[in-house]
Write a protein that binds this ligand. Structure first.
Ligand SMILES: [Fe+2]
Length: 206
């Protein structure tokens, strides 16, 4: 009995490790496609630099094991469907580790972050996915590192790039924030999903 129990537990552990590796492969593939898109879409050269850094780093980035975690905001995931990349994201989202935003104390009910630079070793980069439920906002903020966004799903109102006004931005758009630019986004009638990349000497991995 002891030997059988040991074998079962070994098998279960091996299965869990396989699942983790498979998820990393799917995330890596999705990130490569997103980075390629951000490089090819119209944007400032400096914004392309962030996408290029992600593209060159993600190919061989060492995976870091993680435990999937959900937040309440993701209950509206079924409304994320407006592009092929958005639909791929919706399939992946349940296997990701979602955390509350430290900028808004809502217990993850209206907005959540997936810090992908905690799932891959990406030196000098902070990479993640922002999810803001329909009708909700991500609070205005700034930070020393520059930042590029690739919008994945949801037409939303963004303030970015040093502007003081909100403008409508559709999925598959590239936005750039200089260091310390104040920026925010107000989701429209469907959830807002965006990939972000921060880079520069000021990026400190937590
Ligand atoms: Fe930001």
């Amino acid at each position: 009995m002891g030997t059988l129990a040991f074998m079962i537990s070994e098998f279960e552990v091996a299965g869990e490790i396989m699942n983790v590796l498979q998820d990393h492969d799917k995330i890596r593939t999705w990130l490569i496609s997103a980075a390629d898109s951000a490089i090819s879409l119209p944007s400032k050269a400096v914004a392309k630099e962030g996408a290029l850094r992600l593209r060159s780093a993600i190919d061989r980035a060492v995976p870091i094991p993680y435990e999937p975690q959900k937040q309440g905001a993701l209950q509206s995931l079924g409304d994320v469907c407006d592009t092929p990349r958005a639909r791929e994201f919706a399939e992946l989202a349940g296997s990701l580790r979602w955390v509350e935003s430290e900028r808004w104390n809502d217990g993850g009910k209206e907005r959540a972050l997936c810090v992908l630079s905690d799932a891959f070793d990406l030196p000098g980069l902070e990479v993640g996915i922002m999810y803001v439920d329909s009708g909700c906002a991500y609070p205005i903020h700034n930070h020393p590192p520059q930042e590029v966004y690739l919008t994945i799903s949801g037409t939303a109102q963004w303030r970015y790039g040093g502007s003081k006004t909100l403008v409508d931005v559709r999925p598959d758009s590239v936005l750039y924030n200089h260091p310390f630019d104040l920026h925010t986004v107000q989701a429209g009638d469907s959830p807002l999903v965006a990939l972000y990349v921060l880079w520069g000497d000021e990026v400190i991995k937590s």
